[in-house]
Design a protein around this ligand. Structure first.
Ligand SMILES: Nc1nc2c(c(=O)[nH]1)N[C@H]1C(S)=C(S)[C@@H](COP(=O)(O)O)O[C@H]1N2
Ligand SMILES: [Mo]
Length: 425
């Protein structure tokens, strides 16, 4: 255990205005505060890792229908959910992050059942058009909780900073999606032998106002599209999909970059090649095939399209900065998820990763949904602590303790989530 007198662990910027502290402040980081508390396991803190610190009060700007989201931008709307508001097993609409690339369509008097979706593309014998009403009548209804996570979730932690919205931990949620299996629709349309990719085109508008430009048009390889959990959804949590989230129809590919889950879908294209729509090329939703030096420029030929999201977990209770009594154990809970694989184990650490204790892991409702974990944690003496959580998937891959490989757009940061805990006598 750490020396109770140590308030400034070696290499920590706390209380020491080093050059690095200044740079962090200048780049939007706030100076961590332990409110004068001793850092109990300070001698285990890996060199160069700054403490989280105890948070100050936050006053997020409101979005109608949303509860406590942190708003980054209003045109397009970009907002993430603080970790302690993601504690529900099934994420309510009021707490689901918003990531728009353009401007949502005007939906004021849209008749959802009459909304038309065309299924077309080179690998489809002939294009077919259905209304949402027909799709609902014709195909079996399915309702599944599925994780939707923006591939840029966690981007804010990369150094040097990666371009894009500085999501911290809140561009993720696991609502229950109501709709039909995409494969039932594709099979009924006679998906051809040559099908390589399934892509969407949507009704949202480009920020430039140019009707010829699409804000985003992405998709998934045919194998993912044909999985039984890949949905064309018309509802969320037993109600209509909220306007911001894609009403009246969106794709949901749980466990894959959120950008594949097209909102306001107008066309589904079965392509005979890798889709080449907006945000399929360059550094959009792509990363270097092999690790690169942070800040490096990467040649286009060395980039690959992001696939399934890596193993990850989030502590949703207590809220970071909680004040706790030393005599009582602390219940820590959260969720763990992984794209396309299964979560095998979750561990927690109170000594900056020196030792890890297994947490209790709840059952998975289905593939591509998140799973609950819980741990009862004893905190031996008063002071400042951090609780870190680390999940491991069924291939034995665990979350990195600090940061995974840097990439130009800061995708797929699945570093351990951390909360600060103040323990009083
Ligand atoms: N048509 C359309 N679909 C879209 C987007 C968009 O801007 N337009 N954003 C994508 C991205 S990048 C993400 S992360 C998710 C976000 O879904 P949400 O806003 O419902 O949380 O939707 C995806 N689908
Ligand atoms: Mo995203």
């Amino acid at each position: 255990m750490g020396d109770a007198e140590v308030t400034n662990p070696p290499d920590s910027p706390i209380g020491r205005p080093t050059r690095r502290t200044f740079l962090r402040r200048a780049s939007g980081w706030t100076l961590a505060s332990t409110a004068g508390l001793p850092v109990v396991f300070a001698d285990h803190l890996p060199a160069g890792v700054p403490l989280l610190g105890l948070p100050g009060a936050q006053d997020p700007a409101p979005i109608p229908g949303k509860d406590g989201l942190r708003v980054f931008n209003d045109r397009p709307v970009l907002a993430e959910t603080p970790a302690h508001l993601l504690d529900d097993d099934v994420t309510p609409a009021s707490r689901l992050f918003v990531r728009n690339n353009g401007l949502p369509p005007a939906l004021d008097d849209v008749d959802a059942d009459a909304w038309e979706i065309e299924v077309a593309g080179e690998a489809m014998a002939e294009p077919r058009t259905f209304t949402v009403g027909e799709l609902r009548d014709r195909f079996e209804s399915v309702s599944l909780p599925l994780v939707l996570e923006c591939a840029g979730n966690g981007r804010a932690e990369f150094q040097p900073p990666a371009a894009g919205t500085p999501w911290t931990t809140g561009a993720v949620g696991c609502p229950r999606w109501d709709g039909i299996r995409l494969r039932d629709l594709l099979t009924a349309c006679g998906v051809g032998e040559g099908a390589v990719y399934v892509a969407y085109e949507s009704a949202d508008r480009h920020l430039s106002g140019d009707p010829a430009r699409k804000p985003i048009s992405r998709g998934v390889p045919i194998a993912k599209a044909l999985e039984p959990e890949s949905l064309l959804a018309f509802g969320m949590n037993g109600a209509e999909i909220p306007a911001l989230h894609g009403h009246p129809a969106r794709l949901v590919f749980g466990g894959w970059p959120g950008s594949t889950s097209g909102k306001w879908v107008r066309r589904i294209l079965v392509r005979d090649r890798v889709h080449d729509g907006a945000k399929m090329g360059g550094s959009s939703y792509r990363r270097p095939r092999r690790p690169v030096r942070p800040g490096a420029e990467v040649q286009d030929a060395d980039m690959e399209i992001l696939g399934a999201m890596p193993i990850k977990s989030l502590i949703t209770a207590p809220r970071s900065g909680v004040v706790h009594r030393a005599a009582e154990t602390l219940e820590v809970r959260g969720h763990a998820w992984v794209g396309d694989r299964a979560v095998a184990e979750v561990f927690t650490s109170i000594d900056f990763g020196a030792t890890w204790q297994p947490a209790a892991l709840g059952p998975a409702p289905n593939r591509n949904a998140w799973q609950r974990f819980r741990a009862e944690i004893a905190l031996p003496e008063p002071g400042y602590y951090e609780v870190w959580a680390r999940a491991v998937d069924d291939a034995g891959r665990g979350q990195p303790m600090v940061l995974p490989g840097w990439n130009p757009k800061g995708y797929m940061n699945n570093a351990c989530h951390r909360i600060a805990v103040q323990v009083d006598a």
